[in-house]
Design a protein around this ligand. Structure first.
Ligand code: FES
Length: 672
């Protein structure tokens, strides 16, 4: 009988011969098979589970039998008494090879497993958390071989886990002796980035969580993740309390300018909100904030600076100098965060004065640098951050769209909430509208609509609703290419009526009358012209006349219908099948940085590669802005769009040039 056996690990397909009696985990390690472990093979953590693939594997010339593995032993039985082992599962550290076997390593036992992502998200996350737990048994002190507790802990970490030359926070040293004695020389250690001990617990400890935070100027969202599985265990959000210092970013910067020293209040407000969110997420997941060992952050440049406690006034005017654009790793408590005392925080790098760590998050989530397709990434907020590029080159700029896309500056605009119109259709002949409101699945001309909307009412139009309303008005001929509401149509339908010197269109008459005025159209035109001008500026710089793919990030991108956004000329022409929502890409970027430490290095180097284009000082921005005031655009053709939508025939864009040009100068002047 042979004194060794063939072992094949699936799905990697790695194979090797091992002496009988070798533990499966040891065999796997020697073949470089990726199997997780916190306890170092002591049968405590349960991370190393595998199962036997039973049967004849003719291709490999072996018969894999359960008899070829050692029977369930004392260690596995002890583990199973604490946490039941699923049928067929074995602890690979405690199972010995007795003959030829094929072993399945399930996804959840792999260290570098892939984290399940949503369909809208572009790349998969490969788990490689910066903070990892290691259980060790430390040699007891011995007068004949004197060595400090820390030195013996380091020895154990090097010997069992190959972690050499670690640094150690002072407060860990302060608590080390008690932890070692309480744990009877067995402790679990959290190591950050394979370089620093950040936590020690007596005995075995398996809770390691991280929080990915998207610090928006309006809302802050936090995703609590299990660092061992990558799973999101709780997601929470709340309004940014800085709103009391100013609705938008620039008014908050102005507040600080007018009240020297007040930046501390804004910093405290955002940090306080993050602490509350962390505690809320922890409670929802049944842990405490002290179980959170790592955190990652994205945010626009002003939020980035305020989170770090840096006065953002330099970002309030040209030349928009950032205090730092590097990625930052520091102790979470240095940010005033009440997580585990040793927890670390990673803040993604900023791209430029107007293009922040939120855009870095979008780039990390979307990785345009890995694609051949020339891709536009757009994150629409009060400013639109735009990235254009592919594997050869990346460009970025920010364009001052203003808050019109969020429903602000629109006479009947409101935020997306029950009762807000979100979908609009207008009959091309009768010019009669029908619409849908948030909270009701029925169209307004369907039976039961009035009853179904009685509770919420019909209260306003949200951002996606206004895009559709205007695009449908354009397609129905109510709005001309230059953006004027055509008063001649008042004779056809009284919904079009005089409104001072201009005309308006009544979408709905009721308790709240929803009327789209000429000023509303102008506000959206200005915003969409700024957005498209920013994209065109980057296309010029890239030397291309069209793009192959468009991804819309953020809540706005998730709700708008890309067809209508293109009809209105927010975006350049593109095959509509290639225009899609990227979901909350900035938040996804934060999550990737939290779960994959290699991604931290990737984004740091990618951001340095991005060529920054400053719209405020680019003379061509003005020209693009004027051209983009027309719907969808004064000169650029829309052949892809024309294939799916009956676009009105071209007509001269009379008024566009004058008004758009003046406003373009004004708006660019605001920043320059
Ligand atoms: Fe921890 Fe096997 S390695 S139980």
């Amino acid at each position: 009988m042979a004194d060794d056996a063939l072992v094949i690990f699936m799905p990697a397909g790695r194979r090797g011969r091992f002496p009988l009696g070798t533990p499966l985990l040891q065999a796997a390690r020697s073949l470089g098979v990726d199997i997780d472990s916190v306890c170092g093979g002591r049968g405590i953590c349960g991370r190393c589970q595998v199962s036997l693939a039973e049967g004849e594997f003719a291709k490999h010339g072996i018969v894999s039998l359960s008899a070829n593995l050692s029977a369930l032993g004392e260690v596995e039985e002890r583990y199973a008494r604490r946490k039941p082992l699923a049928a067929g599962r074995r602890l690979s550290c405690s199972t010995l090879i007795l003959g030829d076997v094929v072993i399945d390593v399930p996804e959840e036992s792999q260290v570098h497993r892939q984290v399940v992502r949503k369909a809208v998200e572009a790349v998969t996350i490969e788990l490689d958390a910066a903070v990892r737990l290691h259980y060790v048994e430390v040699r007891e002190p011995d007068m004949h071989a004197p060595a400090s507790d820390l030195r013996r802990l380091m020895e154990a970490l090097e010997c069992e886990w190959g972690l050499a030359g670690l640094a150690c926070d002072l407060d860990i040293v302060q608590s080390l002796q008690a932890a070692l004695r309480q744990g009877e020389w067995k402790v679990t250690v959290a190591v950050h980035d394979e370089s620093t001990i950040i936590a020690v617990w007596p005995g075995f400890h398996e809770k390691a969580y991280g929080v990915a935070v998207d610090v928006g100027s309006t809302t802050i969202a936090a995703h609590l993740c299990d660092l061992s599985s990558g799973e999101v265990v709780a997601s929470v959000g709340r309004m940014n309390p800085q709103i009391r210092f100013g609705e938008d970013l620039m008014s908050r910067v102005s507040y600080i300018m007018m009240n020297p020293g007040s930046e501390g209040e804004l910093t405290a407000a955002v940090r306080g909100a993050i602490n509350e969110l962390a505690a809320e997420a922890a409670a929802a997941a049944g842990i405490t904030a002290a179980d959170i060992l790592d955190a990652s952050f994205v945010g626009n440049p002003v939020m980035h600076h305020l989170l770090l406690g840096i006065n953002p006034v330099e970002l309030g005017g040209a030349p928009f100098a950032l205090a730092t654009d590097s990625a930052t790793t520091l102790r979470a408590r240095d940010l005033g965060l009440a997580l585990h005392p040793g927890a670390r925080a990673f803040i993604l790098p900023c791209v430029a004065g107007h293009v922040g760590a939120d855009t870095a998050g979008v780039i990390l989530a979307e990785r345009p640098d890995t694609s051949d397709k020339l891709t536009v990434l757009v994150d629409v907020g009060t400013n639109a951050e735009i990235v254009l590029g592919n594997r050869d080159r990346l460009l970025a700029c920010s364009s001052p769209t203003g808050p019109a896309f969020e429903g602000a500056q629109i006479s009947c605009g409101q935020r997306a909430a029950p009762g807000a119109v979100e979908r609009v259709r207008i009959d091309r002949e009768s010019l009669e509208p029908r619409f849908k409101v948030i909270g009701c699945a029925l169209w307004s001309d369907e039976p039961g609509f009035a009853a179904a909307t009685q509770r919420t009412g019909i209260t306003g139009i949200c951002g996606s609703g206004i895009i559709e309303a205007l695009a449908e008005m354009f397609l129905a001929g109510i709005i001309r290419r230059d953006g004027t509401i055509d008063g001649a149509l008042a004779a056809r339908n009284p919904r079009i009526h005089a409104d001072g010197p201009t005309f308006a269109y009544t979408l709905h008459a009721g308790a709240v009358t929803l009327r789209i005025t000429q000023n509303d159209v102008r506000a959206i035109q200005l915003a969409k012209a700024a957005l498209q001008a920013g994209i065109r500026l980057l296309m010029d710089r890239m030397g291309v006349a069209e793009v192959e793919r468009i991804r819309l990030a953020g809540a706005f991108g998730s709700h708008i219908d890309v067809k209508y956004a293109t009809v209105l000329g927010m975006l350049p022409d593109c095959d509509l099948a290639e225009v899609s929502s990227a979901g909350n890409a900035a938040g996804t970027g934060a999550r990737i940085a939290l779960l994959d430490r290699r991604a931290r290095r990737t984004i740091e180097s990618l951001v340095r590669r991005v060529e920054k284009v400053e719209t405020a000082v680019e003379p061509k921005f003005q020209a693009h802005f004027v051209e983009a005031m027309a719907i969808p655009h004064r000169t650029a053709p829309y052949p892809h769009l024309a294939r799916v939508v009956d676009l009105p025939a071209a007509e001269p864009a009379g008024e566009t040039r004058g008004r758009g040009g003046r406003r373009a100068r004004l708006r660019a002047g605001e920043r320059g």
